[in-house]
Design a protein. Sequence first.
Length: 146
Amino acid sequence: MNITLPLTLKTCAIMLSITGLALADEGRERTENWFNELDADKDGRVSKKEYVDSWNTRFNLQDTNKNKHLDFSEWSAHDRSPSKSVSGKVFARKIFNHWDENGDGQVSLEEYTTFRNSMFDASDTNKDGYWSRRQDDPDSQSDKVE
């Protein structure tokens, strides 16, 4: 038992490390794929316009009744958050309500775009108007294509 317990703990630690590395690789791959999808002109960076245009396209796909507003059912049908569970649905509703600035029970294209603009601005850490793969690198402005 003394030998088995430490080996079991070591085995668990190794498996958790391997799993963590695999999840990190999967996350990096997803992020890279998303970045490439957003980079419409394939210049290696994402402009605010590319980012917002991509999300506005998604808005139009979600707006199934084409009234330029998303109600909660339209919004949550395409939401990537874990909205299957009760707590996930509560979380999704809180996010939706946050986006619904005027509280009318719908997210307009204007509200959606305003939120997406603020998300981009908050993520553009070097404030150059672009996302690059090295966003936090102070020299990333050199990534700009002139």
